[in-house]
Design a protein around this ligand. Sequence first.
Ligand code: HEM
Length: 536
Amino acid sequence: MMRTNFTLLTTAAGRKMTKNGLDQLLVRRITNSLPCAQHVMVDYFEGKEEPRTDADWLNAKDYKEIPGPSNFELIRGYFPGGALYKTTIKEMEVHFRKKYGDIIRFNGTVGKTDILFTFNPADFETVFRNETIWPVRVGFQSLAYYRLEKRPHIFHGIDGLLTSQGRAWGYMRNKVNPVMMKVQNIRPNLPAVDGIAQEFIERLDSILDPHTGRLSTDFSEEAKMWAFETVALVALNTHLGLMSREKSNAMALKLSESIAEFFSLCYYYEVIPPFWRYFETAGFKKLIKAYDSITEITTHYIEKAMEQFDQSAEGKSVLEKLYRIDKNVAVVMAMDMLMAGMDTTSSALISTLYFLSKNPEKQEELRKELIALLPEPNMPLTEENTKNMPYLRGCIKETLRFRPIANGNFRIAGRDLVLSGYRVPKGVGVYMATMTLSNSDAYFERSAEFLPERWIKSAKATCPVSQKHNPFVYLPFGFGPRTCIGKRLAEMELETILVRILRNYRVSWVGEKPLEYINNLILQPAGEMSFKFEKL
Ligand code: HEM
């Protein structure tokens, strides 16, 4: 790893984090003596609770009675020739649900806790309503390992929102919430975000064949660059200039490549038992290299931005606000924003454009709203003129119902719970299969149709499918204190880019096959992007 003069996470600053640091150190000690960090999660639920003696609990069936496959069935299924070989999470859900019903128990394999899959929205509500103040969502363990154990001299015990748990997570989230979750801190970024959306249109114009309406490059790569440029503007306070892909952007391009590498490798190390703690394979070393590169380049940009903060009066940017609250938190949060903010938002953009392409009458309906908003396509977007865009918002919501970024939501049960009539002890992992339910007629009438109207209040009276839905079936950004921290930003980014694209082009899908998806860390559009763009 190149030496970095990354001195922000100093001992002096770290003093503020004593409790947090101690917490992490203790966890590290325990973690090292156990096969897997997931066992430790239970220790994050502080405080002893009395055993449950209420009737619900006492009358419920025993945990061990929850049906599910044996480890042997699972292993056999995943071998070549097995029923689960090369299946997606969705196919796996269908397979097991058919066999075992709406709640399924998977025994913890080497070093992992048991996981329950539930398809019952009443269970989702129970899980979320019983979260403690520090909800636990396990994930990105290789990143936690990298930050806490591989490079502790850089991170000094702060492993970020994506990976941390318990007090450490609460400490960071409390600092970040007031900046990231408040509309009034995110909306002022609109002109800059819109500036990048306009650059994106210039970029599309330059790579578009006006005769065929097809792009000379892969649209998914273009969408990723747009998302990365936009989130970097907020996270690093820097205009990377990726829309022009100039040689001078080598560092920025390397950063986006490393993040793409992290996305493609991280999932594998997430699902296999964590042998990588003891033996680093070539693939794992590649992932560590990607983490090093992300750390190094992000640090470079942040240090440059911070030099200006020190000299100038307080500004309005998200990075600066975070920096003035806590430098260390600002640095790690910026990295997490870049890691979480590229593939998620670009996937949502591609899916929305796809559904609008396949439903041209909905696209025209939306365009009417956009023309009223921007009579001239190049007029600026402002906080004022973007207040009222119900149809656009309906289209985004409907897309995230159809193809959310995550198949489901996950929590470690924060308390002893009764789920689908069974006693479930605190500490068990619960996967809530939201996408399956939000794509089912049982929860959304005419669920296979793209109907933005179902989300529009003023259309409720006339729309035949706008009846109230169970709110726990549709949770594209998660729920509760651990909900997506980038929600406000992602919504603003998506709205802005969709206004710009659809005010400039009529978009259609000319592929014979529908849009494909791959399912790794998230559900991501893949394969050929058969969009056709006709300039309006
Ligand atoms: C359409 C875009 C996006 C979707 C659908 C999405 C969805 C989600 C979901 C489902 C979660 C888990 C929430 C939970 O467990 O309750 C999450 C967490 C998170 N997201 Fe997003 N996300 C998006 C964009 C972004 C962006 C742009 C950023 C960065 C600015 C971001 C940063 C994060 C972070 C840091 C977390 C972890 C929060 C925590 O554990 O405290 N996301 N996101």
